[in-house]
Design a binder for this molecule. Structure first.
Ligand code: F6R
Ligand code: MG
Ligand code: MG
Length: 368
């Protein structure tokens, strides 16, 4: 197929089954039906429905570019239709991520998360869509750094001439709402300075330095910052391209062998290890967790999504999952104490201000 193709993941939690743990099949059916219609009408080239915990991802290919109003409007209307199904079955928190009354232009800032990239499809273009639950967009900082900047993770950074010039990272400051481009290896340390604080700085896109090829895109919405009140964590998604002058599929998956700590989990207020899961196990249970990530692998074929392959359905990740359970046992024993519970600055974006307000009168100045 000549021309460009856009890969869009637009995701939302529009009701949990049971509690905040999974998505009811009726909601998935609603999404499937609508997506099939959009494909038949020519809006979409192809689609798949993905899920992680209580979040549904509409994985779509089309030729409308990023931020395309018809695609975003379609996703928004799909989440509305799913919300109706959620209400019918009294699913928990029906419509929880749809923060606006009405659609205006695109879904950014309205609740759903979005990761999109417009690409020139390569002769063979493997992509991996990562979907996470019970965590936040900054959760992608660690693996993206490992994949595209760490030669101890990605042998290609040392061995493949197309990669030795490195990669550039577009980093967003979620608080000050500004963006900086940092290029590795030159800005290696500066990049770590920022992305090591994943609740504030998040990697939005990654580009290959020799030709500016787009390699990765993430969702960066933070619902708590959007809504001005606690509405849960943002359960992010990410698209990564692989192979042939980019990190290999195995190099893209490798960082998840280490169940690194993320924030999210119970009430969006705890640190915990990110567990790489097969589709079958991508629904959090224990203490509403631990946070999960699942990986949908596709080969693109003229915009068709050939797949998915369930990339974490492999005993090679068993040790990561076992370690995750071990860390879970340990960190859970801290109960409401930091660093299991998030620090106070992070709690500012949750229910902390309300609780503080209630006790305000009982404070008096401390005697020196
Ligand atoms: C975290 C999450 C859950 C809920 C928890 C309380 O992102 O979705 O851990 O925060 O189950 O939920 P509510 O307040 O709805 O009872
Ligand atoms: Mg939920
Ligand atoms: Mg969720």
């Amino acid at each position: 197929m000549a021309g460009k193709i856009t890969i869009s993941i637009i995701k939302a939690d529009v009701g949990g089954f049971v509690g905040h743990g999974d998505v009811h099949p009726a909601l998935i059916e609603t999404a499937e039906e609508r997506l099939a219609g959009a494909k038949a009408d020519g809006l979409l080239v192809d689609y798949r429905v993905g899920k992680a915990g209580d979040d549904t991802s509409l994985i779509m290919t089309h030729d409308k570019g990023v931020d395309a109003e018809p695609v975003h409007k379609f996703a928004w209307d799909t989440f509305l239709a799913m919300t109706e199904a959620a209400k019918k079955y009294k699913q928990y928190g029906a419509g929880q991520d749809l923060l606006s009354e009405a659609f205006s232009g695109n879904v950014r800032g309205m609740g759903p998360g979005v990761a999109e990239m417009e690409i020139e499809e390569r002769p063979s273009d493997p992509i991996i869509c990562f979907l996470a639950d019970k965590t936040e967009p900054g959760a992608w900082n660690y693996p993206l750094f490992k994949i595209f900047a760490d030669p101890f993770n990605t042998a290609g950074l040392v061995i493949d001439p197309k990669m030795t010039d490195g990669f550039s990272f577009e980093v967003q400051d979620l608080i000050k709402k500004r963006t900086v481009m940092l290029s590795c290896p030159a800005d290696y340390y500066a990049l770590l300075m920022f992305i090591g604080a994943p609740s504030r700085f998040v990697i939005k896109h990654v580009f290959r330095n020799i030709d500016d090829l787009i390699c990765a895109a993430t969702s960066t919405q933070r619902l708590s910052l959007l809504a001005g009140r606690y509405v849960g964590k943002d359960d992010p998604v990410m698209i990564v391209r692989a192979q042939s002058g980019l990190p290999a599929v195995g190099e893209v998956l490798e960082p998840f062998a280490m169940p690194y700590l993320v924030s999210g989990w119970m009430r969006g207020s705890h640190h915990g290890p990110l567990m790489p899961c097969s589709f079958r196990y991508s629904h959090p249970t224990r203490f509403d967790g631990p946070p999960r990530v699942t990986a949908y692998g596709f080969q693109l074929a003229d915009g068709q999504l050939v797949g998915p392959r369930d990339m974490f359905d492999d005993p090679a990740f068993d040790r990561a999952r076992a370690k995750c359970n071990e860390v879970t046992d340990y960190i859970r024993r801290h109960g409401p104490f930091e660093p299991h519970r998030l620090g106070l600055d992070e709690m500012e974006y949750t229910t902390m201000p309300k609780l503080m307000e209630r006790l305000e009168d009982r404070f008096s100045p401390t005697e020196e």
